[in-house]
Design a protein around this ligand. Structure first.
Ligand SMILES: [Zn+2]
Length: 139
């Protein structure tokens, strides 16, 4: 199982890291469990591709529209000063964007966010549910 992709398998490795917000056109929108940055989310392509250049122009257009739609919902829900976008994928290569709202005077303002901070901010189920509702209301 270690060699399989959790974005494809959607198993406990995924559920330990994120909670589904909603299916978008070409991707799944997830709330990140670590909420060091309020509203931090992930947008994962439905099917397994590694690089943006592997997408057809139509897939690329639709995926980009999903990214924009998700980011707009985060903006309206949480009013950050900026949203950071990152594709890493060294270890988990399945194409996914990290969508990270950034707040002036907040963590790592003016710098790249830390992907896996030592001290993570976890919440209880009701709090995650509240954040997910706030995002869904803006989709
Ligand atoms: Zn995959």
């Amino acid at each position: 199982m270690g060699d399989t992709c959790f974005y494809c398998e959607k198993d406990e490795r995924l559920h330990d890291l994120m909670k589904k917000i909603e299916d978008l056109t070409t991707s799944v929108f997830y709330l990140n469990m670590d909420q060091t940055h309020r509203g931090r989310s992930i947008l994962a392509l439905h099917h397994h591709k590694r690089e943006l250049f592997e997408l057809t122009p139509e897939e690329l257009r639709m995926f980009t529209e999903d990214v924009a739609k998700a980011a707009k919902a985060l903006q309206e829900a949480f009013q950050p000063q900026k949203i950071n976008y990152a594709i890493y994928g060294d270890v988990v290569s399945h194409l996914h964007f990290h969508l990270v709202p950034k707040y002036e005077n907040g963590e790592e303002w003016g710098e790249a966010f830390v992907n896996a901070p030592t001290h993570k901010k976890f919440m209880n189920e009701a709090e995650y549910g509240q954040l997910i509702k706030m995002i869904k209301d803006q989709l």
